[in-house]
Ligand binder design. Structure first.
Ligand SMILES: [Zn+2]
Length: 485
């Protein structure tokens, strides 16, 4: 006999891909949470399900260790995806599926990892079980995903501060669908434009206007949730770009479609507002401004090598520029170079050595000769995964890691025995600052460096995009209705 309480399967598979990162992603680049760990990891979504009187059926959560990386190898994708798919009961003893996905996972030979996974789950549960997906604002929405899922809920903040809330809303809605026996569907419309996340943060008026549109859509009859996805600009695929998605019932569908078309047209008219902030400058100028800033703590983003946007993180370009101007009280956090870490471990704490740093993984990354660098400290097993070394030469301190790492908050520095109070300028491999760093920054600049995540996306050679697409083309006729699904 079927269980009286509705059973909601929970699973997650999270990776943001950058297709210009040449380093393949494998299963070893994920932290895989067991079903019991998943329950602890998503407390708000779990509470939403139990508060709705439903039962959680936990599967696994595979989380990319650095949020973003390159393209996922097929065998690793298959290994993880099949574990999730195998957890979907075949005996009909599941009433809803909750998934936490990024939306921009790119898998070799397959393309969108999310579309493939959700369609495989749909095949397994059949047509009448609701599937809800919580997704990142930088997801590239595919038609397959929109068709196979019933409910799509995207973050409404960038930088992302509503992750738990998004997961919770998706959980509430899938319970509602399961309990009321309703199968919402998605309606989407595309806006042919692509921009880096740094041109679409929620402190910008044009993005706030889009959020107002979503609030208005949510108030319409039959609408369960509306979302806007700005897309992931460093993925070379046909479905990247901006999308508006509404999950809901079929009530007043023609009215809803008309509203979506109008909103999409308005977003298109705003396209020139999607530009970088004034503090985004060529690298040398950004360094000059940062070093002369009166701010006590100044954050400087090496945006082309932004690890959280999937770049490799091994480029020593900024370090080289800082050495050239003999910067003082400056910290570079950090550079991926396991060979340098091993060399320093052999030399020992306090030793002085001359070594090349960076450029080990991406042939477009620069390597820099660091002369007479003193080892300030050696670290093992930081955050359970990285060995590291803190080096100093002149007025510049550098953290070097044995694996790709991102420094997004004060604790990441403390883990290497480094205090931000000791430095004037801190170089990080980010684009916009994560909340943990903006909290300590008196001033900040974005260096427009080249690399896998460069913000000047017009310099990329995309082979698979659907064109025309702003900003590569402008002022072409756009008929929002023709993109409606
Ligand atoms: Zn994101």
């Amino acid at each position: 006999m079927k269980n009286q309480r509705k059973r909601i399967l929970m699973a997650g598979f999270h990776l943001e891909s950058n297709t210009s990162n040449p380093v393949p992603v494998t299963e070893a680049d994920f932290r895989i949470l067991s079903p019991s760990e998943l329950l602890l990891h998503f407390p708000d979504a779990v509470s939403a399900i139990t508060n709705a009187g439903c039962e959680v059926l936990p599967s696994i959560y595979a989380e990319s260790l650095c949020v973003a990386a390159g393209v996922l190898e097929l065998a690793s994708y298959r290994s993880i995806a099949e574990r999730i798919i195998a957890d979907v009961p075949l005996d009909g003893n599941v009433d809803g599926v909750w998934l936490y996905l990024h939306g921009s996972m790119q898998v070799e030979f397959i393309g969108s990892g999310e579309a493939f996974l959700v369609s495989a789950i749909r095949e397994r549960v059949g047509p009448s079980i609701p599937i809800a997906v919580a997704m990142d604002f930088h997801g590239n929405m595919s038609h397959t995903l929109a068709r196979c899922a019933n409910i799509i809920v995207g973050y409404r903040t960038a930088p992302h501060t509503d992750i738990a809330q998004t997961q919770q809303i998706a959980a509430e809605l899938v319970c509602r669908a399961a309990k009321d026996d309703i199968l919402p569907q998605n309606t989407l419309v595309r806006v042919p434009m692509l921009q880096p996340g740094e041109a679409a943060t929620t402190d910008m008026p044009h993005v706030r206007r889009i959020m107002e549109m979503l609030d208005a859509l949510d108030r319409r009859d039959g609408v369960w949730r509306s979302s806007y996805f700005t897309g992931m600009s460093w993925i070379d695929c046909p479905h990247n770009g901006s999308t508006l998605v509404v999950s809901g019932t079929g009530q007043n569908r023609s009215d809803l479609e008309a509203a979506l078309i109008q909103n999409a047209q308005e977003i298109w008219e705003m396209r020139h507002a999607f530009c970088l902030s004034d503090n985004s400058l060529p690298p040398e100028e950004a360094i000059r401004k940062a070093l002369s800033s009166p701010g006590k703590t100044v954050l400087l983003s090496d945006s082309g090598d932004n690890v959280t946007a999937g770049a490799v993180g091994d480029n020593a370009l900024m370090l080289g520029l800082l050495l050239r101007v003999a910067a003082e009280h400056t910290l570079v956090a950090g550079i991926w170079d396991e060979a340098a870490v091993n060399l320093c471990a052999e030399a020992g704490d306090g030793a002085e050595l001359t070594l090349y740093l960076g450029g080990r993984h991406d042939r477009n990354s620069q390597s820099v000769l660091l002369e007479n660098a003193r080892i300030l400290s050696l670290h093992r097993d930081v955050q359970g995964r990285a060995d590291g070394v803190v080096l100093r030469t002149g007025g510049i301190t550098v953290i070097v890691n044995s694996v790709r790492c991102s420094f997004t908050g004060e604790q990441d520095l403390i883990d290497y025995g480094v205090s931000y109070h000791d430095y004037h300028v801190i170089v990080v491999k980010l684009g916009y600052l994560f909340p943990g760093l903006s909290a300590i920054a008196d001033d900040s600049y974005i260096a427009l460096t080249e690399g896998n995540a460069m913000l000047t996306i017009g310099k990329f050679l995309y082979r698979n995009q659907r064109r025309p697409l702003y900003p590569f083309e402008d002022d072409f006729p756009y008929d929002a209705k023709s993109t409606l699904w």
